[in-house]
Design a protein around this ligand. Structure first.
Ligand code: AGP
Length: 591
């Protein structure tokens, strides 16, 4: 997803901007560009592909500029489509994240008025609209252009004539970094952390004008003050810390993430406040990708523990289903807090009068402004595109929610808390034995198709395992309820299609073993994920990934960590770009 950076201060702007853009690489991009304002003109540099390792770029000595990493939506990745985009007279340059839905009619009108366009992008209309309104004051020109735009945007504009940046946001993330005598504007915090940990989270409708002497934020034309937050993440948090990939580092952070998330909500007992759910008739989870799988685990656990009916919907499909009732609790799960589909689903829920809860990992993210209630996971920044530690943190929050919504006795809650507190140690034991998982991962690297199966709690785990495998290793991997295989997918089985079976020792156990036997009878190699006390399963499969024994409801945690490592080592053996898989973005801010 696109990344935005703007800088005004005393350092060479091109170097600051490029180093900040590199910190946004995790969002995914296919081209990039920088514009600086110097001596009454704009110097622009654009390129397709990665920024690369060059430490210093020579656009000029200016100390003001903007930059962008583009993830193509309108128009292919190319130099001409890369941002920054300029007006006809090359006096104004802008970078943009989001989508301008009405760009076509705007473009047609502007062309009739004499504007010349060079790119296929929706973004270019913004530069021309600002140009049209520019009478020597960039802020006024931006503010005059905004009402014409329909869609979502985070924009930063610069002009060749004035030493200022003007930035604004609507439904796309944007933060302001406040340094000493220098200011940064960016899509996300890691971009500025090298320079400052003081950050303002801009809100929808904010327009910020930044000069050397400070910044002013207006919303609807009225000056507003926004809190400067101190970000506790260190720059090291956002870097690899000696691991070959962010993904591996982040998997290894899981024990600490569980501890940190528990620390926030558990003492002797569970302190999480769930009064937002009082009198709710149903819980509806809306989420995408991995967060959707966390929600599916939530369905099993919350229904089982509390008896409250739970619906789980892909956020992108939520619009096409009946609106929630006003007594519903709609829960958006999104690690980034910026996933456009999830935000839109939650807006719909609010319009229907439902209560809205967000579970997110990012303080001040867009979802926190939409939701009535927010529960934070405490996973720290996740840079690898594949969600790993944040998924586990989501599960921990879901367990706490389920327990608080349930009728458990005091001693049952205490037992659950004890089990939760043991989870970090259980996960450490998986990480200590990752060599065994690496061997199996390397074995899988030669295949092109895989199936993942599970029943009950094992089913969302299978879905998530398959998603991890396909997104980073590019092996075609499908997750199925184990009982569904014989209704069609059996046709794909054979020695060229390994099957990963999530085997949980609960009421699904015997029947899952039967399903494994059916698969083996069709020659597929079978890898079972099972706990260390399971003495039966190894008789029927080719490999077993052993995980420490935990209460059955926590198997999604231990099994998922094992499956994340399995996908990692398969992808590594295949030589894939693990942290930035092709075509994917960390934060999907378009619907
Ligand atoms: C997970 O590995 C994916 N990269 C992706 O499915 C992700 O979970 C999805 O885009 C939702 O993101 P969110 O949690 O930030 O909303």
């Amino acid at each position: 997803m696109c990344g935005i950076v703007g800088y005004i201060g005393y350092s060479k702007a091109d170097n600051v901007i490029i180093s900040s853009l590199k910190r946004l690489e995790y969002r995914g991009y296919d081209s990039w560009g920088v514009a600086i304002s110097e001596g009454g003109r704009l110097n622009v540099y654009k390129q397709v592909g990665a920024i690369g390792e060059v430490e210093s770029y020579e656009l000029g000595d200016s100390t003001i500029g903007i930059g962008h990493t583009r993830w193509a939506t309108h128009g292919k990745p190319s130099e001409v489509n890369a941002h920054p985009h300029l007006d006809c007279n090359k006096r104004i340059a802008i970078v943009h994240n989001g989508i301008i839905e009405n760009f076509l009619p705007l473009k047609e009108r502007l062309i009739k008025e004499g504007h010349r366009f060079v790119s296929e992008t929706d973004t270019e209309v913004i530069a021309h609209l600002i140009e049209k309104n520019y009478k020597g004051d960039l802020e006024k020109a931006v503010v005059a252009a905004l009402p014409e735009l329909k869609g979502s945007y985070a924009i930063v504009a610069i002009s060749s004539k004035e030493r200022k940046l003007v930035a604004c946001r609507y439904k796309s993330p944007l933060i302001l970094g406040v340094g000493d005598g220098e200011y940064f504007i960016a899509s996300d915090v890691p971009a500025v952390l090298e320079y400052t940990n003081r950050v303002v989270y801009l809100e929808d409708g904010d327009v910020v004008t930044i000069t050397d002497s400070g910044y002013e934020i207006k919303n609807n034309g009225v000056e507003v003050s926004r809190k400067v937050e101190l970000v506790s993440w260190s720059i090291e948090d956002a870097e690899k810390g000696g691991y070959e990939h962010f993904m591996l580092k982040e998997i290894h952070e899981t024990p600490r993430v569980i501890e940190d998330t528990l620390l926030g909500y558990v003492s002797e007992t569970i302190d999480l406040d769930v009064s937002f759910a009082a009198g709710t008739s149903e819980i509806i989870f809306v989420a995408c990708g991995t967060s959707y799988h966390a929600a599916l685990v939530g369905k099993y656990v919350i229904e089982e523990m509390s008896g409250i009916p739970v619906r789980v919907e892909y956020a992108s499909e939520f619009n096409y289903h009946p609106a929630p009732l006003s007594r519903s609790l709609v829960v958006g799960i999104t690690q980034s807090g910026e996933t456009a589909d999830t935000l839109e689903a939650l807006r719909k829920a609010k319009r229907a009068g439902a209560r809205v809860l967000a579970i997110t990992n990012v303080l001040g993210s867009s979802v926190t402004r939409i939701a009535d209630y927010v529960i934070y996971t405490r996973a720290g920044p996740e840079i690898g595109v594949a969600a790993t530690k944040t998924f586990i943190a989501q599960l921990v929050v879901i367990y706490l929610m389920a327990a608080k919504l349930s009728m458990l006795t005091r001693s049952e809650v205490e037992k659950l808390v004890l089990e939760l507190k043991l989870l970090p140690e259980r996960v450490r034991r998986i990480l200590d034995k990752e060599d065994k998982i690496r061997e199996i991962g390397e074995f899988l690297a030669d295949y092109e198709n895989m199936m993942y199966i599970g029943r009950g709690l094992g089913y969302p785990v299978a879905l998530e395992g398959a998603l991890k495998m396909k997104e980073i290793s590019y092996i075609h991997a499908e997750g199925y309820p184990a009982g569904e295989l014989k209704h069609g997918p059996f046709a794909l089985l054979g020695k060229e299609t390994p099957v990963v079976a999530c085997v949980i020792r609960d009421n699904t156990y015997d029947i899952t073993l039967n399903n494994i036997k059916e698969v083996k009878a069709r020659d597929s190699p079978v890898i079972a994920i099972a706990d260390e006390k399971d003495e039966e399963v190894e008789k029927y499969v080719d490999f077993v990934v052993r995980t420490p024994e935990v209460d059955r409801i926590f198997t999604p945690v231990t099994y998922s960590v094992a499956l994340q490592l399995l996908a990692y080592y398969t992808a590594k053996k295949r030589g894939c770009e693990i942290d930035k898989p092709r075509h994917l973005a960390k934060s999907v801010t378009v619907e």
